[in-house]
Design a protein around this ligand. Structure first.
Ligand SMILES: Cc1cc2nc3c(=O)[nH]c(=O)nc-3n(C[C@H](O)[C@H](O)[C@H](O)COP(=O)(O)OP(=O)(O)OC[C@H]3O[C@@H](n4cnc5c(N)ncnc54)[C@H](O)[C@@H]3O)c2cc1C
Length: 452
């Protein structure tokens, strides 16, 4: 039996980063990765990267369609999703190549197959043809990520009722698309398909889009969507979905008329992947559907750790990545560090983009200020709506406790506020920083100077 200092189950951003850091710290490491993804996990294969590749194409298409606005005669033919898929695949292949190179340099051994516990130190790797092998780890990391949640009354069929995985394989642009769930994934697909020509409706059960964010920001995104003719229904629950005669009939709670569309995307959330891991054989405890960990990301079994989406919390790739580095140090150096939720930028790559950091609510000792309609030079020449910037500040110290931005390049601009939150910078310190002109980032400086 092959034996390693550490066996990592799941090769997404969390597992991969942990494995490479562990190897740098002198450990022999193996990664077990299920064959339906390559190393890179959901993020590279079915999440962050394919969506961003498609969103880049959507931005280019939007510019082509709106050439007039910029004084250009451009023509934009109908989008060929089949062709776009080949471009996405080229991007993903390049990324897979980069990761394979990094893995090779790091001397991390990759085993393709499905991993499950045979005992607290042994991982069985099973292949689709029924064959299997067992490897041993002195320590083990569980980083099996998460999967899409299905609605009990609307199973995915890949044709009319789709998950985000299936939507990324889709090559049809539906005339009418209804998206259930107004979180980041729902809003990104709304932007994509609206740009590609579908009539899009987003339905969210809670009162605002991006319901975990500040409500004012959610309403700002809703207004921007509605200005583009994306229909948004908030505070509305879907009660029934039926496929009839090639169309999908969607009935809402308390509303008599059903909506008839060509395709439904279910984007109601993701859950940790723990089934079939045979956690009982290792004695690992689960809490609220996720692997339970302490502040060192250690499970109840001291030599077994968990990182990324599988341990619940903020399900974002950069959170898994940074936590993976911290986890490796905890395992080797015996430290007990983990990533505070407040330090993780929260992002939606919709049009407009939304990005938040730190506090997202006023509370005792935290005050907020909203800047919503102050055009800056860059938004005028770029011909985009002025950014919405909301800041949360500690009343006594003037330390920046959080912020949220809705607008062009928000997912880039947020890092200035992240730096401020992480290092407890005051409004005055951020305000003293010279911002280049003309930039979208200057919006942050304007909001800081206007804070009352
Ligand atoms: C459509 C979409 C868009 C997204 N966009 C963004 C974005 O823009 N930015 C962002 O930060 N996050 C984004 N995310 C979230 C991000 O993809 C996840 O938070 C991130 O991938 C989690 O990393 P992870 O390492 O925990 O697990 P994962 O990336 O889920 O990787 C885990 C891997 O383990 C494999 N696995 C599972 N069980 C086993 C087993 N028993 N044996 C072997 N292998 C196994 C899985 O197949 C998977 O490949 C997006 C997600 C989706 C679905």
């Amino acid at each position: 039996m092959q034996s390693f200092d550490v066996v990592v189950i799941g090769g997404g951003p969390g597992g991969m980063t942990a494995a490479m850091t562990l190897n740098q710290l002198g450990k022999t490491v193996a990664i077990v990765q299920a064959e339906h993804d390559s190393i890179g996990g959901v993020c590279l294969n079915r999440g962050c990267m394919p969506t961003k590749s498609l969103l880049k194409a959507a931005t280019a298409y939007r510019y082509a369609k709106q050439g007039d606005k910029y004084g250009l005669n451009l023509s934009a033919e109908k989008v060929d999703l089949q062709r776009l898929r080949t471009i996405v695949d080229t991007d993903l292949d390049a990324l897979r190549g980069m990761i394979a190179g990094m893995m090779g340099q790091a001397q991390v051994e990759v085993f393709y197959g499905f991993g499950s516990f045979q005992s607290a130190h042994e991982v069985m790797i099973s292949q689709a043809d029924g064959s299997s092998q067992v490897i041993r780890g002195e320590q083990i990391v569980i980083s099996t990520g998460s999967e899409t949640v299905e609605l009990p009354f609307a199973p995915f069929d890949g044709q009319h009722i789709l998950s985000s995985d299936q939507m990324l394989q889709n090559t049809e642009i539906p005339e009418k698309l209804l998206i259930i769930g107004g979180g980041a994934i729902g809003c990104e697909f709304a932007t994509l398909y609206h740009t590609f020509g579908s009539e899009v409706t987003v339905v969210e059960a809670l009162p605002t889009l991006l319901p975990r964010e500040d409500q004012e920001a959610g309403r700002a995104l809703q207004q921007a969507f509605e200005a583009q003719n994306i229909t948004v229904k908030t505070g509305v629950k879907v009660e029934q979905i039926k496929v009839e005669g090639g169309k999908v009939r969607v009935k809402f709670d308390g509303i008599d008329t059903a909506e008839v569309v060509d395709m439904v995307l279910i984007g109601v959330g993701r859950r940790p992947i723990i089934d079939n891991l045979n956690l009982d054989a290792a004695g690992v405890v689960i809490e609220r559907g996720a692997v339970k960990v302490n502040s060192a990301m250690q499970t109840n079994v001291p030599h077994i750790y968990a990182v990324g989406d599988v341990s619940g919390g903020v399900m974002l790739a950069h959170a898994a990545e940074v936590a993976g580095q911290m986890l490796a140090k905890n395992m080797v150096e015996g430290t007990s560090v983990s990533l505070a939720d407040g330090a993780i930028p929260r992002v939606a790559f919709s049009h407009p983009e939304v990005a938040g950091i730190g506090a997202s609510k006023e509370s005792d000792g935290i005050r907020s200020f909203t800047m919503s309609v102050v055009p800056n030079g860059r938004s005028v020449v770029d011909k985009v709506a002025p950014a919405f910037v909301k800041l949360f500040v500690e009343e006594e110290s003037s330390v920046v406790a959080g912020g949220i931005i809705v607008g062009e390049a928000a997912t880039e601009m947020i890092h200035e506020l992240a730096l401020a939150v992480e290092n407890r910078l005051t409004l005055e310190q951020v305000g003293k920083t010279v911002h280049a002109h003309p930039t979208h980032s200057a919006n942050v400086a304007t909001a800081v100077h206007m804070f009352r």
